[in-house]
Every structure is written in structure tokens, then in C-alpha cells.
Design a protein around this ligand. Structure first.
Ligand SMILES: [Zn+2]
Ligand SMILES: [Zn+2]
Length: 194
């Protein structure tokens, strides 16, 4: 609360208060705004309404500034590319033939992305896998490794197994993964059409 003395000083400092009156965006009443850009009055409900609006805007903004948001987007496009790349292959772990059954094909990691984030978007570490192996057999990793050695060779598999470098993805890197995956999807698709 302003004291009478302060109010007088304030009025003295603001010789033409009428010019600074603004209409509150929330209740429509006219008041002297605290700052030039303040679009609301000092009533609690108006401050609350304004804060809620600001928070909503911040959450929207946070999304695209949040690394987790971009991990999700990059994973979506990368997985889609992997499934398309391996369109004609059977499940890496159990050799399930997708053409003969109704199991879904997932992009399954050899070394899990959660513990080995550096391998999250490594093409040699992710292969099409059936939904049973991916969801119910924890990746069926023993069989996965045997098949992977057959597909890409011992050297590449050992390189994957020895890569334990910690990795924090930046938003820029994740955006590049999105672009690369889209491009590869397009190339892969064009090749298969020929
Ligand atoms: Zn108001
Ligand atoms: Zn399988």
C-alpha cells in the first residue's frame, strides 16, 4: 500500500496521469499501468489471468527449446527410416518373416538407447525387429548379436560393444538427424521404386 505522502510524490512525478491510463485486457476497466507494456490492472483476478496466459505461452515455447522434444521427433523419423531400410528383411532376432504374419516391425536397438545414448541414432545399432522380440523379450539380445555379426561382421559389432562414450545430444544435432532421416527415407524410397 502506498502512503499518502508517497501517493502525493507519485502524482507529482506523473503530472499527466490521464495520458497513461490504459484499458485492462482482462476486465476492461481503465487504470494506470505499472509499466508501459502492462496490459492488465492490479486486481488479483486480472494478474492471475495474465500469469496463466504467460505460462501457457512459456510451455509452448519450452517444447521446441526442450531437448526431450527433439529426441522424440528425431526418434520418430530415424525409426521410420530404419523400418523402411529393412523393409525386405526378417526380424533381426528371431528371423520372423513379416510377409507371412501380422507382427509389427519395430526399430529395435542392439545396445539400448537409454544406457548408450551415443548409439541411439547409429544405423548399425538399430534394425527392424518384430514386436514380440522388441516388447516381450527385452530385445532378444543374444539372438540379436549372433544375427548382427552375420549381417555387419565381428569388427563392427565389437566397435558397437566397445563404444561407451557418454553423449548428450544438442537440439541442433537432433534437428540434423531429422533432416538426414527424411532425406535417406526419400532416397531409399526412390531406389526401391526403380
Ligand atoms: Zn483488470
Ligand atoms: Zn522377433
Amino acid at each position: 500500500m502506498l502512503t499518502k505522502k508517497k501517493q502525493l510524490t507519485k502524482n507529482k512525478d506523473q503530472p499527466k496521469p490521464t495520458k497513461r491510463y490504459r484499458k485492462c485486457k482482462y476486465c476492461g476497466e481503465k487504470s494506470v499501468p505499472y509499466g508501459a507494456m502492462q496490459p492488465f490492472c492490479f486486481k488479483n483476478k486480472c494478474i492471475k489471468a495474465h500469469n496463466q496466459k504467460t505460462i501457457k505461452a512459456q510451455i509452448k515455447q519450452l517444447n521446441e527449446k526442450d531437448t526431450r522434444y527433439w529426441i522424440r521427433i528425431a526418434t520418430k523419423w530415424f525409426n521410420q527410416y530404419i523400418r523402411h531400410r529393412d523393409k525386405d528383411l526378417n526380424c533381426i532376432s528371431c528371423d520372423y518373416d513379416f510377409k507371412k504374419g501380422s507382427r509389427q516391425g519395430h526399430a529395435g536397438h542392439f545396445r539400448p538407447a537409454g544406457n548408450h545414448s551415443i548409439l541411439r541414432f547409429n544405423e548399425l545399432n538399430v534394425w527392424k525387429q518384430c514386436s514380440i522380440c522388441n516388447n516381450h523379450k527385452s530385445g532378444n539380445v543374444g539372438a540379436y548379436e549372433r544375427a548382427l555379426r552375420g549381417r555387419i561382421g565381428d569388427d563392427e559389432v565389437d566397435t558397437l560393444l566397445n563404444n561407451n562414450t557418454p553423449k548428450k545430444w544438442t537440439i541442433e544435432e537432433l534437428q540434423s538427424i531429422v533432416e538426414e532421416s527424411k532425406l535417406k527415407l526419400e532416397e531409399n524410397f526412390t531406389q526401391k521404386q526403380k
